[in-house]
Design a protein around this ligand. Structure first.
Ligand SMILES: Cc1cc2nc3c(=O)[nH]c(=O)nc-3n(C[C@H](O)[C@H](O)[C@H](O)COP(=O)(O)OP(=O)(O)OC[C@H]3O[C@@H](n4cnc5c(N)ncnc54)[C@H](O)[C@@H]3O)c2cc1C
Length: 388
């Protein structure tokens, strides 16, 4: 693989940086932080107009066939700018899944509006009691002629309150083994019988509980075979575990260095001169580089047409655990005032590090917990036996 961004990558990087400088205002960042809804429709539509929502895709599907180096530059710039990308990421997971395993009708109907930036898709896998062991979901889908009747509850359906569709993992045959009786549906969220309730997390993000009572869905919204939902899930999870740059910690380091230059100790010396501060900077920079290279490898596998299962898990595990440790260490080095949030006067780095510290906690949970990622690396990558 080629780690060099190259001329095309650098050209695209400049274009993307200018785009974010114009479209991603402090007002948008502030709103995202206050509402916990990590999405902005205006920015999303502007990305759609540029053709950048799935820029690596083939032209026939509405992409621009951007190469891996260009996509890496795109996601790096997005993360450095603090782009609110939760909606884009969940929607792309499903767009990629539909592209791989959806029907021609689904591709025609869903992919063009997704790429125009008009449609978001939320992920409805987890239920109370079925997270890591997602194959144990209890939501029922029962066939009734050309329709299916869906009943049950999902939890952590992030961005359901902004999305037009949700992908639902349902149980269609309770008599067979748990992996064999599942079916996936792409469900319009405006159907009667759906209720969305907010959940506000410690990290500041808003997610949702979603409830489905007698929701009637036409069979054309079924994705994959009846009782073939686990195969569809396998494709979707592979795309979820591909990390898209891992640059949040680069932004974190930049903000920390800015703070260290400005802050002074009791004797008026810049805190940047302190050994623990400099050590923290060096450690963070090394971790950032390793995160970047692991993400590049996973993205390269994806951009070369592969499914980066083990590479995605390695990248995600390293990045999310280091993000937590880094944020925690930077808080310790700053001192007690590090706990002041962005509303408090004199909050170090305008509360950015405090926010990152809270936000970093959820990264080791969603998209598969760290234990689950370790299990994948052990079984699939190292061919070790299952721990459980
Ligand atoms: C902010 C946020 C957003 C989310 N967004 C979405 C979303 O949009 N859509 C969606 O469907 N879900 C979403 N989730 C749910 C997320 O995927 C689950 O929380 C996650 O898979 C863990 O499941 P759980 O919470 O049921 O914990 P559990 O699975 O009950 O795990 C509890 C603990 O046991 C450990 N454990 C479980 N199984 C094993 C095992 N086999 N080996 C070793 N250890 C194990 C786990 O690592 C964890 O430490 C989100 C979660 C959060 C926090």
């Amino acid at each position: 693989m080629d780690f060099n961004t190259g001329e095309r990558g650098e050209l695209f990087r400049r274009e993307v940086r200018e785009f974010f400088a114009e479209h991603l205002t402090d007002e948008v960042r502030q709103r995202v932080r206050e509402t916990g809804t990590v999405h902005d429709w205006k920015l999303h539509r502007a990305l759609g107009e540029k053709g950048w929502l799935a820029a690596s895709w083939p032209v026939e599907y509405g992409g621009q066939e951007r190469e891996a180096s260009e996509m890496a530059a795109f996601y790096e710039e997005a993360a450095l700018a603090g782009a609110p990308f939760d909606g884009l990421l969940t929607t792309l997971i499903i767009a990629n899944t539909i592209r791989h395993v959806g029907s021609d009708e689904q591709k025609r109907e869903i992919i063009p509006p997704i790429l125009r930036g008009e449609v978001l898709v939320a992920l409805g896998y987890s239920e109370p009691g079925s997270g890591s062991d997602v194959a144990s979901v209890r939501m029922r889908a029962v066939r009734d002629g050309d329709e299916w009747v869906i009943d049950g509850e999902k939890v952590f359906t992030t961005l359901a309150h902004e999305s037009q569709y949700v992908i639902l993992l349902t149980r269609t045959d309770p008599e067979v083994s748990k992996h064999a009786g599942l079916t996936m549906f792409l469900v319009p969220l405006d159907l009667p019988g759906i209720e969305i309730r907010p959940i506000h997390t410690l990290g500041g993000e808003r997610t949702n509980s979603t409830f489905y009572a007698g929701v009637r869905v036409h069979d054309r919204w079924r994705v994959g075979e009846v009782n073939g939902g686990w195969d569809v899930m396998g494709v979707a999870l592979t795309f979820e575990r591909t990390v898209t740059g891992g640059k949040e910690t680069v932004r974190l380091l930049e903000r920390f260095v800015e703070w260290a230059r400005e802050a002074t100790d009791a004797d008026g010396r810049p805190r940047l001169e302190e050994a623990p501060v400099r050590e923290a900077i060096a450690r963070t920079a090394i971790r950032n580089e390793v995160s970047y290279l692991l993400a590049q490898r996973a993205n390269w596998v994806a951009a070369s047409g592969g499914l980066p299962g083990v590479e995605g898990s390695q990248s995600r595990l390293f990045y999310t655990t280091r993000f937590q440790r880094t944020a925690s260490e930077l808080m310790d080095v700053i001192g007690p005032e590090a706990v002041l949030d962005h509303n408090a006067e004199g909050a170090p780095a305008s509360g950015h590090i405090e926010h990152a510290h809270r936000h970093s906690q959820v990264g080791t949970i969603y998209g598969g917990t760290s234990e689950i990622q370790r299990g994948i690396i052990a079984r699939r990558g190292l061919k070790l036996p299952s721990a459980r």
